[in-house]
Design a protein around this ligand. Structure first.
Ligand SMILES: [Zn+2]
Ligand SMILES: [Zn+2]
Length: 59
C-alpha cells in the first residue's frame, strides 16, 4: 500500500481520483463515491446525485 497523499503519514486505503491514496482519517475531507469507492475532491466529486461523474454515466 502507499502513503496517504493528504497527510503523508497513514497508509492510504481509498483510491484518489487524481492518483494515489487517501487514509481513513483524511477521507472525511473528500467525497467518496458509494459505487466505485473512490475519493474525489469535495467540491467537484459529487455529480449531484450522490455518485461521481464517472458512475453517473452508467446509472
Ligand atoms: Zn491521511
Ligand atoms: Zn463512482
Amino acid at each position: 500500500m502507499s502513503k496517504c497523499i493528504n497527510c503523508n503519514k497513514n497508509e492510504g486505503s481509498y483510491e484518489y481520483s487524481e492518483g494515489g491514496y487517501v487514509c481513513d482519517e483524511c477521507v472525511k475531507e473528500y467525497f467518496v463515491c458509494p459505487r466505485c469507492g473512490k475519493a474525489f475532491p469535495k467540491e467537484s466529486g459529487d455529480a449531484g446525485n450522490g455518485f461521481c461523474e464517472e458512475c453517473s454515466k452508467e446509472l
